[in-house]
Design a protein around this ligand. Sequence first.
Ligand SMILES: Cc1cc2nc3c(=O)[nH]c(=O)nc-3n(C[C@H](O)[C@H](O)[C@H](O)COP(=O)(O)O)c2cc1C
Ligand SMILES: CCCCC(=O)C(=O)O
Length: 366
Amino acid sequence: MDLDSLFTVDEFEAVAQRKLDPVYYDYIAGGSRDEVTVRANLDGFGRLSLLPRVLRGSAQRDLAVTLFGARSSMPILISPTAFHRLVCTEGELATARAAARADTIMIASMASTVAVGEVAAAARAAAPADHEPTLWFQLYLQPDLDDTTALIARATKAGCKALVVTVDSPVLGANERNHRNRFHDLPPGMACENLRNLRGDEPGNVRQIAMSPELSWDHIDWLREHTELPVLLKGVLHPEDARIAVDHGVSGLLLSNHGGRQLDTVPATIDLLPEFVEAVGGRVPLLLDGGVRRGTDVVKALALGAVAVGVGRPIVWGLAAGGEDGATRVLELLRDELDHTVALCGARGLADLTPDLVRPAAGSRR
Ligand SMILES: Cc1cc2nc3c(=O)[nH]c(=O)nc-3n(C[C@H](O)[C@H](O)[C@H](O)COP(=O)(O)O)c2cc1C
Ligand SMILES: CCCCC(=O)C(=O)O
């Protein structure tokens, strides 16, 4: 595959769709139930227009952002997605190398098919000599707190710099494409490696990830007492819950509807962002994911108050099309689009992306 002949995330998706087993393509592309929210995430950006400023002298554009002490060369992070070995042989090792090469933050999924320690080592080996790559760990709190403690210990030992706790999954969302395709288990030879031999006394055993409706704010308090790492919540959607989260001392929020894969018919994250900004009142950084496919999407989210965005499927399409190089190219295309959009907006950097640049618009992107 000549990756240089691909110029957009959508082109990467088309190539991925051609290359992948349709069962895996459906797992990745799909969302829950009628996929209303999957579409809403894309349409949400399409319904906003950008209103640029002019003549502000924007020759030097700095796209870097610092989050919890770690610098990322751009405000586009890798959102956590499960099971990368379904789409490329090296799995999460390839993703980590791409993130390190692009000098951005990877949020490693707890449901990865390579253990987080190996993922971190791959990132370090691929990073430029003077550069420490940043990995965060996405955590599903396990109802068995000993399991959770062991997982936190693994992530911490691997050098992860934050825990991103996914709170939108009291039960797993229903992707009906998976039901139709009878896709319920990973193929032989693949497993959630972070859950292997979790207690050290259970050789060969890989636990299943538990989605737990028992979880409550008490667990977030418990977690904060059991880690020194910043704790971000991923998947808070109600602005009132955003306020409660901040009151519970979380360090940040990743506004996410899980790419439309949990409760269907929830709003597009970009549509919720203004309310979130108001609820949080600048007390913690706000990140957003869901439907980011273009540099203009990134600029809209940043202008409306996000400090950074995450991309989920675009990275998986990159991996499917071309492994590490494919994911790297997706990140570099998005970086170029972002820089180009910032320039066209007459902005000198991310601080110039203010809410007045965003207006309601007619039309959708597709
Ligand atoms: C194939 C796939 C697997 C995912 N796995 C996880 C996961 O393990 N943990 C998690 O918190 N979110 C997971 N997500 C959600 C992403 O982190 C992210 O919220 C979403 O993909 C963002 O939307 P986008 O795909 O439109 O960029 C997954 C999403 C996809 C598409
Ligand atoms: C237990 C794996 C969950 C993966 C996930 O979050 C998703 O497919 O959206």
